[in-house]
Every structure is written in C-alpha cells, then in structure tokens.
Design a protein around this ligand. Sequence first.
Ligand code: UDP
Length: 324
Amino acid sequence: MNILVIGGAGYIGSHMVKQLGGMGCQVTTLDNLSNGHRDAVLHGKFVMGDLADSALLAEVLHAGRFDAVMHFASFIQVGESVEQPAKYYDNNVANTLHLLEAMRIANIKRFIFSSTAATFGVPQYTPIDETHPQNPINPYGRSKLMVEQMLEDFDRAYGLKSVCLRYFNAAGADPEGKLGERHSPETHLIPLVLQAASGKRSHISVFGRDYDTPDGTCIRDYVHVSDLCEAHWLGLQSLMHGAGSQHYNLGNGNGFSVQEVIDTAKWITGKPISVLDAPRRNGDPTHLVADATRAKQLLGWNPQYTDLRTIVTHSWKWEQCQVI
Ligand code: UDP
C-alpha cells in the first residue's frame, strides 16, 4: 500500500509512519515542520511543505499514486483556539479543504482523519459513544467538526470514503523508545508531569480542584498513541476492502483524574513531583471518557496498552532521553 501521511513529523503522525513502515507500506510524509520534527520521520520519503501550497500539494498527490491519505496536521490547543480562532479555521478547516479538493482532482478516494473528543463539547452522558450529540464549545472542536461535516458532503458528492477517529486523550510513546511527545510549548498533562519529575520544570499546576469528581480534579480517558495508530491501520484496511465512511470514538473507557495521573507518575518515576493548585483552565469539561465499543466491534480494535501505568512508563522512557 502507498500512503500519504500529512503531519507525519508530529506526535501521532510520526508513530503512524513508523507503524506503516513496519507493515511494509510505502509512505510519504508531507509536513511543514511548524510543530513536527524531521528526525521523527523514521520511514519513507519526506516532503517539507504546507497544505496551503496548492501547487506543491497537486504535484505530491499527482506523483504519488496514493491509495489513501492520513491527515494528522492540525493545531490542537483549545485555549489558543479561543484566543486565535482564525489560525484554527485557517489551518484546520481551510487547509483541509484544500487537501480534499486536491485529492478529488487527483482521484484519491480514501481518507483517514484525526478528529477529537472536543467535537462533543460538554458531555450529556458518559461514557461518550458515537450517538452522543456534537456541540463543541471552542473553535478547536468546531474546526474538527466542520471537517467531519465536509467529509460527509464529499462522500455524497464525490464518493470520497473517510474514517474519522475521535481521539480522547492521546498519550504514551513508542514502546521501543524511538518516538514520543515533543510539543513546543508543551501543554499536555502527562509530559508536563514527567518534566516536573525529571527536574525540567519546577512543578506541575493542577488546573482546578473544585470539579464534581471524587478528588475534585478533571477526569480524562488516556489512550496510548500506538493503540490510536492501530485504529488508523484498521480503518485503512476497512476502506481498502470497500467499506463506506465511518466514525469512531477512541479511548479506553477508563477515566483518570489529574491527581491520579500525578500519583501514577510519582510511583513510576520514583521522583518527587511538586504540585501547585491553579485556577480552572477555560473550556475544560469535568469528565471525558469514551465508549469505544463501536471501534472494537466493527474495526476489531483491541488496544494493547490500556493500563495508565504502561502509558506513563512509555512516556517516562521517552522523557528521560530528552535534553532541553
Ligand atoms: N492539566 C492540568 N495541568 C496542566 C495541564 C493539564 O491540570 O499543566 C489538566 C487539564 O486541565 C485537563 C487534563 O489535565 O483536565 C488533561 O489536559 P491535557 O491538556 O493533557 O488534555 P486535554 O484534556 O485538554 O485534551
């Protein structure tokens, strides 16, 4: 199989490229390196470029003869999306539209899209399955939902088949230790906690202890990056076998509070972690947990690294190799 991975130098995309390479696929990564890292692309061909560059995009798609495109390139910070919505609509929506249009012209009919739990907004019930209403509460979530809706229209009009994968909290690192999370600035809980454990940060701030949860801190469903990639692989297989467009929620169905994550990190690392209480962060729902039954039943998804301790162990192995 011949796959184009947009954003293959980023956190989840780079794990995907490695996995596709391991499965014997031909892989091309297109990435503008705004957040990604060239040395994270461990397999295949690399093209440095931006989705806004329509000439380059047309050339890459025309030359590549791809069976499918996987699209990981997007901005992902909720708070930033509230402050700079144009940046999010421009990159996450307009650039994705350019990509879909270029795919239509190049007659590429299979697309795997990184969507998010943020498309659901404030949960009406938990765990969240695919029938839960989608009412995003910030521009980031809205930008991803807009693409989901565009994909429905592209299927109806042009026969583009897509798999939308709504990640809950992507976490962990390559079990072999070759890849991991390297955002700049880092905003995600697990890498920040581990940076506090390794002494790269003085402390971890807990954003709110007054939530309606057993210990007062927010609850999230942390899902291992390799398990997310496996779901992409299964989605790709299903499209290759002629299945129609699909969307899935991806999580482990287990919620862990911010405090539980910190306690787990203390246990795994054996290091003291200094914790400061901070105000709530805007736009944080109290409790986000996935019901991934559909992915398990229809795709045969069988996540391997469901234990939070395993997820944190892999992230810690990666964190210890990082020099800031
Ligand atoms: N969080 C925190 N301190 C931090 C970063 C995150 O308390 O320095 C909390 C955040 O408020 C949320 C949870 O950790 O409840 C997970 O946040 P993250 O940014 O990792 O992912 P998100 O749920 O926003 O996608």
